[in-house]
Design a protein around this ligand. Sequence first.
Ligand code: C2E
Ligand code: CA
Ligand code: CA
Length: 749
Amino acid sequence: MSSEGISTRTDAKPDLGLALICNFDGLIIEVLWDDFALSDDLVGLSHFIAIFDPKSVQKGLSLFLYVKEHRVAFGWEINLTYRNRPVPFSFSAAAVDDRIVLLASSAGQDSSRIYDGLSGVINEQVNSIRSLSKQARSEPDATPASEDLPDQFSGEMIRDMLQLNNRLVNAERELARKNAELRRLSTVLSKDLYLAHRVLQCSGEAVVIADQNRRIVDVNQAFTTTTGFGKQEIIGTELMLCENSALEEGFVAQIWESVSTRGFWQGECSSRRKSGEPFPKWLSISTVPDENARASHYVVVFSDITRLKTAEEKWQRLAYYDSLTDLPNRVLFRDRLQQAILRAHRDNEALALLFIDLDDFKVVNDSVGHDAGDQLLREAAQRIASCTRETDSICRLGGDEFTVIVSGAHNEADIARVCDKLNTVFSTPFLLGDAEFHVGASIGVARYPYDGDDPDVLTKNADAAMYAAKSEGRNTSRFFSKTLGEEISTYVALRTSMTRGLANGEFLLYLQPEMNLRNGDVVSLEALVRWNHPERGMIGPDAFIPIAEESGVIVDLGEFVINEAIRLIRDLRNAGWPDLRIAINVSRRQLLMPGLPELISTRLTENDLPGSALIVEVTESMVMGNLDNVVHTLSRLKGHGVSAAIDDFGTGHSSLSLLRRLPVEFLKIDRSFVADADVSAEGESIVQAIAVMAKRLGLKIIAEGVERPEQEALLQQVGCDLAQGYWYAKPLPYEELLRFLNDRSKSSA
Ligand code: C2E
Ligand code: CA
Ligand code: CA
């Protein structure tokens, strides 16, 4: 359909309708056939510019089509932007013939002038449309003209039309608002419902919903996964909270009681899967009240806590068991001992507590490392287990300390047999890598009810007895006794005061001369440590060396002895005896300490002394089980010029081959053999045998404990080189020794 006659524009689209755009004064600025897209031409035509947002264009278009189809008047409102300000505009459209007349007005303006202004223009336009449509009607496919269209539009008509339009616009606006609200509500609602459903289905916890008759109405996926029951087979069945065993009947009743009074219960209980497998669960149940606050539904939420329980058990194991040996630890031990005492009391039976401490374990640990140490502890635990009955309880208190609770009626002989068995299995050396280690077990025994009737006293006394066993020699056992108790308290007191004594300079060295049996010269001195205790007076080494060893103080004490001995021999050499040598006793622990040769050589150098000024005494028993280590240490000492002596020889069953391997200069015959040498034929032959053997090995012999001239004579006769003993001199403090040396040199001069 052609529109040239009306529009100022040639590209107008008559199908869409006629658009009139006017300014606030009702003056038409533009007449256009358009789809409301902004025409650039407009800018040039007037000071009024209308810009339609795309939504409005859409809406306008659909209304146009509606009006066109139904041939009625219709209105709507849009915002036009005028100088960056939104201006609400009402539009109305009416069908005129097969065209549409569009009227526009700005809302809130005094519109009568607009209407009047508009009417003229509209009439003019309508007439143009009419004349156009008359031409058009002659064409075969023309749309029939509307009959009831007035000939002239008055200002009144236009106002009515616009008022109608405004009402329509308002009604439509209200409708739209309500629609939007409805849409919003429905999305919110469906979102909530959806969310609730998702939460139920996706929850990792099993959810069961039951009605007020405790019939299941819904379950989620997690329920099926956990229990193995499908949704269909479980719906409609009775709600079971826990496994309904006879035992738990009361428990379940309690749960329901809490639910009905408080509306809620939660706790741990057990359940069974469809497969019959039981599992622990954490369950909470709450009621869903209706408007009258009565339970309408029950919501049960539970989760399978099997893994949690396993973790808890693991944790418990860690708390109560020693991870290395898998034996009960100190905490569980105390509890077990308490239980055992209660049982013994009830059954009127006796009970024994064995306190086991491995001998020289620290030495092994320090020399071969912790992994080997751990291996040894595990094997020790197995050895202990091999000597006890199933009913006895073995624990590891920590470190190298073990306990065995021997329950049942036992006399002393039975317990002693267990101890002997233990000492026997511990006499076999431990094989770590390719090295053998002799690690004995010192065992202390305390019995209920004789030695104590509560766990702490019994443990303390077994521990005390163990210390007594340790100081008596290794790999042995000892029963607790009242006198032992007293000994032990002194022992413990000494142990704590030793470090203080060392710091306070309470230790000193006595020196005992060693004489050349051929010419009577003093050739060397043995340094023997003493403790000048502030309360107890002078204490001999036998009373504190074992304690120092066991507590580790020996490291510091040993260093003191080395320093002091070297200082003393330097002074003596400077005082006129330049060839004197000094012998020091080293303990087992000290000997195995890495760095001992370096420490000694450093001190010698610091004091300007050759290595030959020093002799190191080690006992046979120290060598056994540690041969490689000892050979290594003594060889390094020898490298520094330091000689070694085997002390207490004859007491330790050492073999010839062992002696051959040791880089030593002297052999010291133990004083127990010397004591017998001049009174029994047997004593004499032993000393003689040792002397012959030593000579064959190229070793010098020192006899210790010489108290009588008869002994001296015999020793000279069998070819002993040196002698030491009260016959010549007791161990002497430095000043007294000086006097002794001076007296002798005067008398020989
Ligand atoms: P030992 O090495 O066998 O020392 C000799 C012990 O025999 C000394 O005892 C000495 O006083 C004693 N004695 C010497 N002559 C005679 C005698 O004619 N008759 C008798 N009956 N005894 C005699 P002491 O000084 O009590 O030392 C005991 C042990 O303590 C020593 O035995 C030694 O094993 C150890 N000891 C001493 N000083 C030290 C030290 O500085 N470090 C270490 N680790 N141990 C030491
Ligand atoms: Ca000695
Ligand atoms: Ca000795």
